[in-house]
Each structure stands twice: as structure tokens, then as C-alpha cells.
Design a protein around this ligand. Structure first.
Ligand code: ADP
Ligand code: MG
Length: 309
């Protein structure tokens, strides 16, 4: 099997979207955009040894590569449409490729995003996906719109992926449920779209709640106070927190891909409806204020959020 057979067999499937006039197979892809919309684009790379371990199943690597990009588009309040896949493989391992391809196709089908091109090279395992989405002109949810008085909210539960990572790093064996939160995160696609007309600012929690919320605050030139006791914690992590009184995992560990956003007062009913229709819990954890900085009430122990350098 050569490079072109590989692309044909594992990364080419029919595209139903009439907006795509040329997908995989030419020098570049062609698609058209509806009037009144802006394009939204994001790229995320997953590298073996940094973002996943050597024994991570191919299906999880595929899922996560796509999910993290879907999450970024969701955090902009936008609709994901197309993606390209640049993959570097150490060798052609057909069972691995089949598992990867099936998983990618399944998740992309679920959110109706189409693979329209990419690049295939040989080297240490590395996956880079570039996602393209659309949003109505000037409707995007940026980091810079938070206003004093807004409530600070998060979706789902925070810290599960980090807890799983922590267990692995200690040589402990995580449960399947814990592994799922780390390896197979659910991008909050529906929630991001629903928040488009309600939230003032939004970010996805990829590097840790404290750091990611701080990005919103800095970009918006505001501050906030949050209470650790209000951070939604799953059953998985609750015991650990009760035993240790250590909130550093939910505050600083990344990889949850929940959304953190700020909403003006008086929108509780609308939020409740969104929570129901998107089937995800939404929890208020604090409030935005004028004085700069993030004040965290209830925990001042040591902690450090993820940074590559
Ligand atoms: P070029 O040499 O012009 O860059 P390639 O041989 O890299 O072309 O790719 C041929 C076609 O296959 C292009 O349409 C490209 O977008 C697509 N392609 C290559 N690798 C992938 C991949 N991993 N997933 C999807 N499409 C791919
Ligand atoms: Mg190429």
C-alpha cells in the first residue's frame, strides 16, 4: 500500500454537503460559503507522548483529535463544517488505520463535519486537524466580551480528565469511565451554538479552569471571584477532593473540554432551557467584577496550570 492507496482507503468518503464542490483528491479543496456568514477556523495538534500515551487506542486518538477542534469552534458559538487532517505515521499499520478512520468518520458524521483534505507523511505519530466553521457576521463568542456583573458558568463537571491523568502518572489504574473522560471527551457543540445569543464571553476548558477563565478576564479587562465549592465535581473526583481537600485538579488540570462562559444577570430561565435542550448541566461558579484578577475562594493551596513551555 502506498501513500495514495492509504488516503483513498482510509481518508476518503462521500461528502453530502452541496457546498463542497471538490473534496479529497485534487491539489486543494473547494467549498462555498453562505452570504452573511464569517468563516471561523482553528487548528490543534496531538503528539504522541504529550497529548496521548503510546498505548492509547487509535479510536481514542482519532476521537480526541477531532473533538478538541470541535470544542474550539463550539467555544466561538460557531457551527463546524469542514476539516483537514495532516497525519504523520511511523508506518502503515492497516488495523490501526482502520480503527482510526472508523472513529474519525463516526464522530465527524455525528456532527456533520466533512473531511475535505489533508496531508500524509512519515515520522513520529502526530495528528493535526484544522477545522473550518461558520457564524453569522459579528455573532462570534470571543474571550473579550465579559462585563462586570456577569455570572461565571461552566458546563458538565470539571477535573475528571485531569484526575484520570493524575492516576496514570501515579501508576494507578483508572476506571473505564475515567479513561473515557480523558481519551474521548464530548465537545459541547450544541451548547456553544445555543450560547451564541446569550453569553458575553466563552472559552473551552482545555488547559485548566483557572488559566482558561483568566484568559477571558484578561481579554475583557475585568476580574472575577469564584468559589471552589461551587465548581461542579463528578462522583469520580469527589472522594479525592473530600479526602485531600485539594482543589488543584479541577482548578488546574486541562483536557475536560467543557465550556466556561459569562452571562449577564437575569438569564437563569433561558439557561435552564438551554441546559435541558443540550442535555448538559450548567453551573454558576462565580461573578465577574471590575477589579482585575481572579479571586478563588475556598482554596489557596499550590497549583500550576498546563503550559507547553
Ligand atoms: P499534494 O502533493 O498536492 O499536497 P497530496 O498527495 O498530499 O497532494 O494529497 C492528495 C490529496 O489527498 C489532496 O486532496 C489532499 O488534500 C488529500 N489528503 C492527503 N492526505 C490526507 C489525509 N490524511 N486526509 C484527508 N485527505 C488527505
Ligand atoms: Mg500534500
Amino acid at each position: 500500500m502506498n501513500e495514495f492507496d492509504l488516503i483513498r482507503d482510509y481518508f476518503t468518503w462521500p461528502i453530502k454537503d452541496p457546498g463542497v464542490t471538490l473534496g479529497v483528491g485534487d491539489d486543494a479543496a473547494l467549498f462555498s460559503m453562505e452570504q452573511g456568514y464569517q468563516l471561523v477556523t482553528t487548528t490543534d495538534t496531538l503528539t504522541e507522548g504529550i497529548h496521548f500515551s503510546t498505548n492509547t487506542p487509535a479510536k481514542d486518538i482519532a476521537h480526541k483529535s477531532l473533538a478538541v477542534n470541535l470544542s474550539d469552534i463550539a467555544a466561538m458559538g460557531a457551527k463546524a463544517k469542514y476539516f483537514t487532517l495532516a497525519i504523520t505515521l511511523p508506518e502503515i499499520d492497516q488495523p490501526w488505520l482502520k480503527e482510526f478512520s472508523d472513529s474519525l468518520r463516526q464522530l465527524s458524521g455525528r456532527y456533520e463535519v466533512n473531511l475535505i483534505g489533508g496531508d500524509t507523511t512519515r515520522g513520529p505519530l502526530n495528528i493535526t486537524i484544522t477545522m473550518i466553521g461558520i457564524i453569522e457576521n459579528s455573532k462570534a463568542l470571543t474571550r473579550s466580551g465579559a462585563r462586570p456583573g456577569d455570572g461565571v458558568y461552566v458546563s458538565g463537571t470539571i477535573g475528571d480528565a485531569g484526575f484520570c491523568f493524575w492516576k496514570l502518572s501515579k501508576g494507578l489504574v483508572p476506571s473505564n469511565q475515567e479513561l473515557k473522560r480523558l481519551n474521548s471527551p464530548t465537545p459541547r457543540v450544541e451548547l456553544g451554538l445555543a450560547l451564541k445569543n446569550l453569553a458575553n464571553a466563552c472559552i473551552d476548558v482545555s488547559d485548566g479552569l483557572e488559566q482558561d477563565l483568566s484568559h477571558i478576564l484578561n481579554a475583557s479587562s475585568v476580574g472575577a471571584v469564584i468559589e471552589v465549592e461551587k465548581i461542579p465535581i463528578s462522583e469520580i473526583l469527589l472522594g479525592h477532593i473530600k479526602d485531600t481537600n485539594d482543589w488543584s485538579i479541577p482548578l488546574c488540570s486541562g483536557d475536560d473540554y467543557e465550556l466556561c462562559f459569562t452571562i449577564p444577570e437575569g438569564n437563569e430561565e433561558a439557561l435552564k432551557k438551554i441546559s435541558e435542550s443540550c442535555k448538559v448541566n450548567i453551573t454558576r461558579i462565580g461573578v465577574v467584577r471590575e477589579s482585575l484578577g481572579l479571586q478563588i475562594e475556598g482554596f489557596d493551596g499550590p497549583r500550576k496550570s498546563y503550559q507547553h513551555f
